[in-house]
Design a binder for this molecule. Structure first.
Ligand SMILES: NC(=O)c1ccc[n+]([C@@H]2O[C@H](COP(=O)([O-])OP(=O)(O)OC[C@H]3O[C@@H](n4cnc5c(N)ncnc54)[C@H](O)[C@@H]3O)[C@@H](O)[C@H]2O)c1
Length: 251
């Protein structure tokens, strides 16, 4: 994809699932990648996979609910690779999925802090570094739960919020050569979905049956959309919530 080679990317939640595949795809397209995650084993495994593919990556333990660690993540891109061009703000947790009135404040605070405020913290740290470089590309992971009421209340609210934050950032920085977009994955086969399946053995079948494509998505299919949104091919795509869901939400 044009415009990715020799760039520098940070990917949060890159120790698993969608983030791991985005990190690998950036590296395959010739970017150097900062792999950020709270899960150190997962993060190191991703770096090893990228190395095995012949790519360049470094791991930095990052909890996106801690501004100091987020700042250190961006500083790692500057120190190791000399700047920052691309960011995939992707770390997220599903939280508990209770009916709204049964939900707890603890669950609300935990999910909002990672999924919504985490994306805000990351952009706050990334944008100044990108302005310094003369521009950049940011993709935030929202969800079809950002466009529907499907999922726990804080999850749904956080993902609607990510789309709003993406639009605000695009309004503020599109004129300064920073393109900001979001991806809204449908049901993607990652450890997050494996965990949901543990609670209900039939869930996978139900989710597959509900998807017009007749199958769940693969993390690589989100990764390729993220890297394309960062590429020159998407040069006039700004503030867009890009749905990738096998036609789940259009039926
Ligand atoms: N899998 C799906 O069906 C699906 C659908 C829509 C949206 N999403 C979103 O995609 C993103 C990635 O999910 P996934 O399916 O790959 O899940 P996953 O659980 O496989 O990966 C999430 C990663 O985020 C990391 N993480 C969690 N909290 C963190 C924190 N505070 N700081 C840094 N890293 C943290 C985890 O350690 C993990 O490596 C999430 O934002 C999720 O909400 C997933």
């Amino acid at each position: 994809m044009d415009g990715i080679q020799d760039g520098v990317a940070v990917v949060t939640g890159a120790g698993s699932g969608i983030g791991r595949e985005t990190a690998r795809r950036f590296a395959r397209e010739g970017a150097s990648v900062v792999v950020a995650d709270v899960d150190e084993d997962g993060g190191h495994d991703t770096v090893e996979m990228i190395g095995d593919d012949g790519g360049e990556a470094t791991f930095v333990r990052t909890d996106v609910s801690d501004q100091g660690e987020v700042d250190r993540m961006v500083q790692t891109a500057l120190d190791e690779y000399g700047g920052l061009d691309f960011a995939h703000n992707n770390a997220g947790i599903e939280g508990d999925n209770a009916p709204l009135a049964d939900d707890t404040e603890e669950n609300w605070d935990a999910v909002i802090d990672v999924n919504l405020k985490g994306v805000w913290r990351c952009m706050q740290a990334e944008i100044p570094a990108m302005l310094e470089r003369g521009g950049g590309r940011i993709v935030n992971t929202a969800s079809i739960s950002g466009q529907t009421g499907s999922g726990g209340a804080p999850y749904v609210a956080s993902k609607h919020g990510v789309i709003g934050l993406t639009r605000k950032a695009a309004v503020d920085y599109s004129g300064e050569n920073i393109r900001v977009n979001a991806v809204c994955p449908g049901i993607i086969q990652t450890p997050m979905i494996d965990r949901a399946q543990e609670d209900s053995a039939e869930l996978l079948e139900q989710m597959t049956a509900a998807t017009p494509a007749g199958r769940l998505g693969q993390p690589e299919e989100i990764a390729s959309a993220v890297v394309w949104l960062c590429s020159d091919g998407a040069s006039y795509v700004m503030g867009h919530p890009f749905t990738i869901d096998g036609a789940l939400t259009v039926q």
